[in-house]
Ligand binder design. Structure first.
Ligand code: GLN
Length: 304
C-alpha cells in the first residue's frame, strides 16, 4: 500500500484554510460546546499501518456511527432473520425523520436511520444478558481497547431532549415491532450514540468491515456475506438524504454522526476516519466530506 502521510498532511492544511466549517449540532445540548476548529484524520491500511494527522487522538461523541456497530452485533447474533424487523432501502430523508412512509407496518426502512437503529437496539436487548455492558465490551473487543466508554453526560442530555426518538419508538411499538419497553430501548440507544472514540480508535473498529470480518488481532466477528450486506447498507444509507452525494463525491461505504465524525472504507485496502464538528445542512460533517472527497480523488482509490 502507498504512504498516505503526505496526502493527509495536505488535507489538514486545506481544512485550516476553509472559512466555513459548518455548524456544530445543538439539538443535543451537551454537544453544542465543542470547538468547531477541531479536525482529525486517521487511515489504517490492510497491513495494520496507521497514518494520522490533526486532532486524531481526541475523543468525540460518535453518535450515529454506533448504528453500524449495533447492526453488526445484532446481525452476527440472529442472522438473516434480522431483515424481518428492518428494511434495506435508503430513505432519502433526514436521520430523525418521522413519517409513516419511513415505516411499512412498523418496519423502518433501514437500520442506519434512527427508527431502524431503535429496532436494532430492541433486538440486542432481547438477546443480551447485560445489554449495555455487553455491547460496550463487543466494541472494545473489536478495537482491542478497553478504554472506550459511554459518555453518561451526553446520554443523559439526549434523554432529556430526545422527544423525536421517543415519538419514533412509540410509533414502532404501536405496530408491535418493539418487544421491550420504550424506556429500556431508548436508554440503550442513547448510550450507544454516546460512545466516545478518537479517529484512531474508530478505524480499528471499522477494520472488520474492511478486512472480511476480521479485526486487527485476526479474531473473526462477521462472515463474508454479512460484511457485504453491511457495507452495501453503509453505501446506500450511511449519510441519510446525502448518501447519493457521498457516493458521488467520495465513492466509499461509510457512516457519519452528528458529533462530526465520519468513517469510511475501501474493502481489503484501508479504513479512514475524520472528525470535524461543524455540520452541513444535511447533518454530515462539512470538512469531513471535503477531506474524504480530496482523499479519494487525489489517490484514485474508491470502490468505483
Ligand atoms: N443520537 C442522535 C439522534 O438520535 C444520532 C443522530 C446522528 O448522529 N445522525 O438524534
Amino acid at each position: 500500500m502507498q504512504n498516505f502521510q503526505p496526502i493527509i498532511n495536505d488535507i489538514v492544511n486545506e481544512t485550516k484554510r476553509q472559512k466555513d466549517k459548518g455548524k456544530v449540532a445543538s439539538y443535543i445540548p451537551e454537544l453544542s460546546n465543542i470547538d468547531p476548529n477541531k479536525f482529525g484524520i486517521c487511515i489504517l491500511d490492510t497491513n495494520g499501518i496507521e497514518y494520522s494527522a490533526g486532532d486524531s487522538n481526541e475523543q468525540f461523541s460518535i453518535q450515529s456511527i454506533s448504528k453500524v456497530m449495533s447492526l453488526s452485533m445484532a446481525f452476527s447474533m440472529i442472522g438473516e432473520g434480522l431483515w424481518k424487523r428492518v428494511g434495506v432501502e435508503p430513505s432519502g430523508d433526514p436521520f430523525n425523520h418521522l413519517s409513516l412512509l419511513e415505516m411499512e407496518n412498523g418496519i423502518p426502512r433501514n437500520p442506519l436511520i434512527n427508527a431502524g437503529a431503535i429496532v436494532i437496539s430492541d433486538i440486542l436487548i432481547s438477546n443480551l444478558k447485560n445489554p449495555k455492558s455487553d455491547f460496550l465490551k463487543y466494541v472494545q473487543g473489536i478495537a482491542n481497547d478497553s478504554s472506550i466508554s459511554y459518555d453518561e453526560k451526553v446520554a443523559a442530555s439526549e434523554k432529556r431532549t430526545g422527544f423525536r426518538n421517543y415519538a419514533a419508538a412509540y410509533l414502532i411499538k404501536s405496530f408491535g415491532n418493539l418487544k421491550n419497553d420504550v424506556e429500556t430501548v431508548l436508554d440503550f440507544y442513547f448510550h450507544a450514540c454516546s460512545i466516545r472514540m478518537s479517529c484512531k480508535q474508530l478505524v480499528k473498529v471499522f477494520y472488520i468491515f474492511m478486512n472480511r470480518g476480521n479485526c486487527l488481532q485476526n479474531d473473526n466477528y462477521l462472515k463474508l456475506p454479512q460484511v457485504k450486506r453491511i457495507n452495501a447498507i453503509m453505501l446506500t444509507c450511511g449519510f441519510y438524504d446525502e448518501a447519493g452525494e457521498f457516493a458521488f463525491e467520495v465513492g466509499l461505504p461509510g457512516k457519519s454522526g452528528v458529533g462530526g465524525g465520519i468513517v469510511a472504507l475501501l474493502p481489503n485496502k484501508f479504513c479512514v476516519s475524520t472528525w470535524s464538528p461543524g455540520l452541513n445542512r444535511k447533518g454530515n460533517s462539512k470538512l469531513g466530506m471535503l477531506a474524504l472527497e480530496k482523499l479519494t480523488t487525489d489517490t484514485g482509490l474508491s470502490i468505483f
